[in-house]
Write a protein that binds this ligand. Sequence first.
Ligand code: ADP
Length: 474
Amino acid sequence: MIKFFNSMIFKGVVAHLLLFVILFMSSFDYNVAHFNSVLANYFFSLLFVLVFLIHQHRMIVNVSRQMNQIKNGYLTKDKLPKGTSEINELYGEILKLGEDIVRTQNNLENQRNQLDSILAYMIDGVIATDRRGKIIMANKSALHYLNTTEAELMQKNIVETLQISEQYNFYDLLEKEPEVVIETHDADNEAVSLHIKFALFRRESGFISGIIAVLHDMTEQDKSERERRLFVSNVSHELRTPLTSVKAYLEALEDGALDDKETAASFINVSLTETNRMIRMISDLLTLSRMDQDRIVLDKEIINLTAFLDHQLNRLDQILETDSSGLLTSDFTLVRNYSNRPIWVEIDTDKIAQVVDNIISNAFKYSPKGGVITISVETREKDVLISISDQGMGIPRADLVKIFDRFYRVDNASRNSKVGGTGLGLSIVHDIVKMHGGNIFANSEGEGKGTTFSFTLPYSSENTEEWDDFDDSF
Ligand code: ADP
């Protein structure tokens, strides 16, 4: 009701009535005919005023509807009914303003969508807080790294969430924008090392709105940096020890040991052994480095694995029979625990021969009193499992996972002193098996209880019939 009393139509009618009353009073005359004609004029002019006002009212309602649409982000360019040029002009201006607003709104929307997709697909985690340090936004990666959900994280304090409250409070983060490293477990329960950078974000006025934290996963870099340092120190150490002993022997020879033929011969012999070990180590290192750089290409062919293993084992049997070095006490027996059924696999025979040789020569090296070395083959759904078991000194459980690391040797002076290994053989074996798409693992019940090395090679039972006419000679 109040709206009606306030409306343009009501006010127009009241103004018209007042105007009429003033005019009527100023020329008042008791003549009835005159009165009737004045009344007729009044209603006629009121009709005219009403038509005009209703028309104006409709135009203004149109303009305000258009403004409502602009507010909701879209624009229909309805034509205004013909009317006063002032309102049409206002309407034109509102349309232009509306176009600008709608365009700006669309741009903002696009930018926000772009930003949302960037944040969603970023590998780095991003967390934003308000100016009191309460988390107001976190992307998927941040939730993954911190092993949490959006609902759990929102409104939590960033310092407590990142568990850095012992070193920093929120104002330290604002003032110093430090770089922080935290160790945590991600949603896959993997240990991750996160490097976190903080940056303030401000409004145009300069007023601080909050802080942005970027979480960068450095686990791999940290690990490879640690491994690189360890590798350099291992190489230096492994080369320094034999070089120092060769140097000592050479100095002793120079100081007179050369005159004593027997001593000289033994010194030269030891120096040669050490030098050979260094050469072996350097060639192993070169092989590993080539593998690291993917410079080794497998020369694969389809072969019958059982025939291939027979060939390798017969060769080793021959070496054992003719061995005169004393290292391979010939009481070793190689047991073939597999049938002669052909098993077709696609491998680089030289490389897999190196794997078999290395594992079996380790079995010789680390089985002090000889014994039985059993080679078994088992075909499974997607691979073939080759196991080589010995009855030697075994490997402590704690060392089993590290046995394939570069330079790793089980720390027992008695086991390594006589065999002089480099600790690189199993790393090469591991890399070769991986290059073939297989896996390798070691098992041992513990010290003195023997060791089993098992590795897999990709295999499909369908191939067995398909490839039966391949040549299986070596
Ligand atoms: P190495 O040149 O020292 O033999 P490897 O990489 O071949 O280097 O082997 C690493 C270590 O694993 C060896 O030093 C040894 O301690 C242990 N090892 C390997 N094979 C056996 C085995 N069959 N029995 C017991 N220990 C083994």
